[in-house]
Design a protein around this ligand. Structure first.
Ligand code: MGD
Ligand code: MGD
Ligand code: SF4
Ligand code: MO
Length: 754
């Protein structure tokens, strides 16, 4: 036993940083020595996450050390990637990319941006500049595989895409959670670490949690009640609940009443959807549907929260709207314990400009060339990416830029996306791995390890369960020749602006920043420019946004207010308190009201009627519906190469109900074949009554057996790609969001391969 602290331990240092791996944004304590991570744990003094951490947070050590993580740019020569210097990589881009734009027009370069970018301030803040420099209408993102319906609903009802109210879980008495599994996902469009602890506290104070999910998820397992629902059938459940509130005179609007518009239209539009009529469609009995509506209405403080399971359906936007209506009609919108709007210290459009009124949102200013899908937030559906590359004509995509995106695994029909990417004249990826998507690139520009970057969350404080502000500085200094991603982005912007491959990035940063500030701040601009001149890149944006934001020091006019230095000097962050009511100030609708009955949504009920007019299809003898299943040790498609997460039992298994297993001759641990859309995958069966009968649950983001990818550990147990079975021809027509839940598949036992 050592009696004294070994010398090696004495130079151990502690750094604090926010985890960039999911929306919970936990504060971490990183112990390190000589440039090596010693340990990572939750930061107890973090005002927001209070010490919580999940296994992924600790995997930042493995990510930092992963030998497969790219450290240099790669250029493809004769079909093989070779290491290159940054100058060589940019010279190659300059040689090949601008000429495509010059010859074939702006739309000839498409761009796709993925999930990790939302956690990377350097990518987030520079992306609009890159988009502008490209001038392309062919813009795709993971948003149309995820939350676009929620953003559209918020935009239509509250006037801004990100004005999304979140459950005030610490003060609620009743929470109805639909199509989310925060015990595993740690929450989404709702930034609240340790939902498990918060749900436990809810139950301990006598409150109730009810979960609606085709699987008895980890969240359902700790809830007071769980109801199975047929995948894709939430719209019927939600319509029935709204109908019941009107039918049984349970509507009470509370203090939001003066700020609402369209109640009569909602009542009329939902009058046909009684619980009795809807029950057979969603597989939940009408008495239960009515009881759920009553419970919600009668609870003193209640909230309905719907997440990805309700968005990735063809009625995604209707679902998101109906969920919000339930909050409104029970008097829980903008009330403590209900669905409340966070007030972010930075970067929120709903704290900027005149308050209480605004331009609102619109969609469809452009349509996609091949399918005619309307743009939403400037984006086209990810499901349209392949066809826009494949289909000849003016505006055809001939080159792609992907940024932190892996659509070959994360989007439906990845095989088609792969073929399309391979046919391009040029492809550039900003990514940290050679994976299923980036293997098609001609040039890859790597980002850094998260531990080498400063971190400040741009979107997530807008969905915080309480208000707080935190920043973290880099734990390690990157190699001198490896640029931060904001610099890579700016170099690319410069190149596309025709300034050449060797643009002075710092000068460009200052020029762009100052131009943008002059445009937005008008007469206050010069003071803001002068006061932030000592800063560069994302830090300068943060300083500006903080100081001019709702808690800011207004450049000295409010001495108590926030500055970047004040926040940096407080490693656990600054708590800004529990959420407070924000109506009507939060609104940015032209009417200055909450729009309860946007015409597009009322109109979309016609699609529900068309579905209802069809006879209900009985499941065929081998036909099942497939849904996804997030797991604690995964992060979409890209964390299967990290040893601490990959260890343990193989997790890419297909859950089937015992009755289905018996009917289809499936055995526990045996292999089965799943087919749909002309594609076939195989996966191991796990028999469990946690999934409802007629439904198969398989995790997404697997399928790491494609040639050319370089993730050695992930390739050892590649798993099956669920999205291979999903059609890229169906989406929610309002939001463009892909349908990822409930696709019909055929299941066949592979006998003898047990
Ligand atoms: N069936 C089904 N499919 C789904 C879902 C589902 O629930 N079911 N979920 C959907 C959802 S919610 C999402 S958000 C999408 C995600 O879809 P994507 O965003 O396309 O996929 P990810 O798997 O998150 O891949 C992220 C990519 O970013 C790279 N990366 C990681 N860190 C960095 C970095 O710091 N810099 C750079 N430049 N690159 C980095 C990774 O190597 C990887 O290539 O998947 C969707 N797909
Ligand atoms: N560990 C881990 N954490 C993650 C991620 C990850 O991949 N791994 N991904 C991150 C990302 S990008 C996101 S967007 C969030 C998502 O966070 P969540 O929205 O919480 O996502 P899931 O955990 O997929 O939960 C979705 C639930 O919906 C259910 N479901 C499927 N179809 C239907 C349906 O038709 N109706 C209903 N009512 N339910 C349905 C599924 O069974 C599942 O339990 O998670 C984030 N956090
Ligand atoms: S829940 Fe896990 S992955 Fe998400 S931020 Fe916290 S530690 Fe990171
Ligand atoms: Mo997501």
């Amino acid at each position: 036993m050592p009696t004294a602290i070994p010398a090696a331990l004495s130079d151990e240092q502690i750094a604090h940083r926010i985890c960039p791996l999911c929306e919970a944004c936990c504060g971490l304590e990183v112990r390190h020595r000589n440039g090596q991570v010693v340990s990572i744990r939750g930061h107890e003094q973090d005002v927001f996450s209070r010490g919580y951490i999940c296994p992924k947070g600790a995997s930042l050590k493995d990510l930092h050390e992963d030998p497969d993580r790219l450290r240099t740019p790669l250029i493809k020569r004769d079909g093989q990637f070779v290491q290159a210097t940054w100058d060589e990589a940019f010279a190659e881009i300059e040689r090949r990319l601008p000429r495509i734009k010059a010859a074939q027009g702006n739309d000839a370069i498409g761009i796709a941006i993925g999930n990790p970018s939302a956690h990377k301030i350097g990518l987030m803040l520079n992306f609009p500049r890159l988009l502008k420099a490209l001038g392309t209408g062919n813009f795709f993102s993971a948003s149309t595989l995820d939350q676009m319906p929620k953003q559209l609903q918020a935009g239509l009802m509250f006037g801004n895409w990100l004005s999304i109210p979140v459950p005030d879980i610490e003060r609620t008495d009743f929470m109805l959670l639909i199509g989310g599994n925060p015990m595993v996902s740690n929450g989404s469009m709702w930034t609240g670490p340790d939902v498990r602890g918060k749900a436990k506290a809810l139950r301990e104070r006598g409150g109730k949690l009810v979960v609606i999910d085709p699987r008895r998820s980890e969240t359902a397992a700790v809830a007071n009640a769980h109801h199975f629902i047929r995948p894709g059938a939430d719209v019927y459940l939600l319509l029935a609940m709204v109908h019941t509130l009107f039918d049984e005179n349970l509507v009470k609007l509370g203090s939001a009443a003066p700020h609402l518009q369209g109640l009569a239209e909602v009542k009329a539009a939902t009058a046909a959807y009684s619980a009795e009529a809807m029950a057979p469609r969603c597989g939940i009995e009408s008495v239960t549907l009515r009881e759920l509506a009553r419970e919600l209405a009668q609870a003193k403080r209640a909230v309905v929260y719907g997440r990805i399971g309700t968005c990735t359906q063809s009625f995604g936007t209707l679902n998101s709207w109906l969920i919000e209506l339930l909050n409104v009609l029970t008097g829980n919108l903008d009330q403590p314990g209900g669905a409340m709007f966070a007030k972010s210290a930075t970067f929120a459009a709903n704290t900027a400009g005149p308050s209480g009124v605004g331009k609102g949102v619109s969609t469809g200013r452009r349509k996609s060339r091949v399918s005619g899908a309307p743009e939403v937030m400037g984006e086209l559906p990810m499901n349209c990416l392949a066809e826009e590359i494949e289909t000849p004509g003016v505006g055809q995509i001939k080159a792609m830029i992907t940024i932190a995106a892996n659509p070959v695994l994360s989007a439906p029909n990845g095989a088609r996306i792969s073929r399309a990417l391979e046919s391009l004249d040029f492809m550039l990826s900003l990514d940290i791995y050679v994976n299923e998507t980036t293997r098609h690139a001609d040039v890859i520009l790597p980002g850094l390890s998260p531990l080498e970057e400063m971190h400040f969350d741009v979107p997530f404080p807008q969905f915080g369960y309480r208000n707080a502000v935190r920043v973290s500085q880099p734990v390690f200094i990157p190699d001198a020749d490896h640029p931060h991603e904001w610099k890579t982005m700016l170099r690319l912007v410069g190149l596309l602006q025709g300034k050449g491959a060797n643009v002075d990035v710092l000068a460009s940063d200052a020029e762009l920043f100052e131009g943008e500030v002059r445009k937005t701040l008008g007469e206050d601009a010069e003071q803001a420019i002068a006061a932030t001149r000592h800063l560069r890149g994302p830090a300068r944006f943060v300083e500006l946004s903080l100081r001019t934001g709702p808690y800011g020091d207004k450049f000295g006019r409010d001495a108590e207010g926030l500055t970047l230095t004040k926040v940096s000097d407080t490693p656990g962050g600054i708590d800004l308190g529990a959420l407070k009511p924000r109506l009507p100030e939060v609104l940015r609708t032209p009417s200055g009201k909450v729009e309860l009955a946007p015409p597009q949504l009322l109109q979309d009920l016609k699609r529900v009627d068309i579905e209802l007019a069809k006879p209900q299809v009985a499941d065929g003898p081998t036909s099942m519906q497939i849904i996804g299943r997030r797991q604690v040790r995964s992060g979409n498609s890209w964390m299967h190469n990290l040893p601490v997460l990959a260890k343990g039992p193989f997790r890419c298994t297909a859950l089937v109900h015992p009755e289905d297993a018996q009917r289809l001759g499936l055995t526990d641990g045996g292999l089965a074949q799943f087919s749909a859309q002309g594609q076939i995958i195989q996966a191991q069966i796990q028999i469990s009554d946690e999934v409802m009968s007629g439904v198969v649950s398989l995790p997404h983001g697997w399928g790491h057996d494609l040639p050319g990818a370089r993730q050695q550990l992930a390739a050892q147990r590649p798993g099956a790609n669920l999205n291979a079975l999903l059609s890229d021809r169906v989406w929610d027509p309002l939001s463009g969001n892909a349908v990822l839940s409930g696709g019909a598949i055929t299941v066949t036992a592979l006998n003898g391969s047990n």
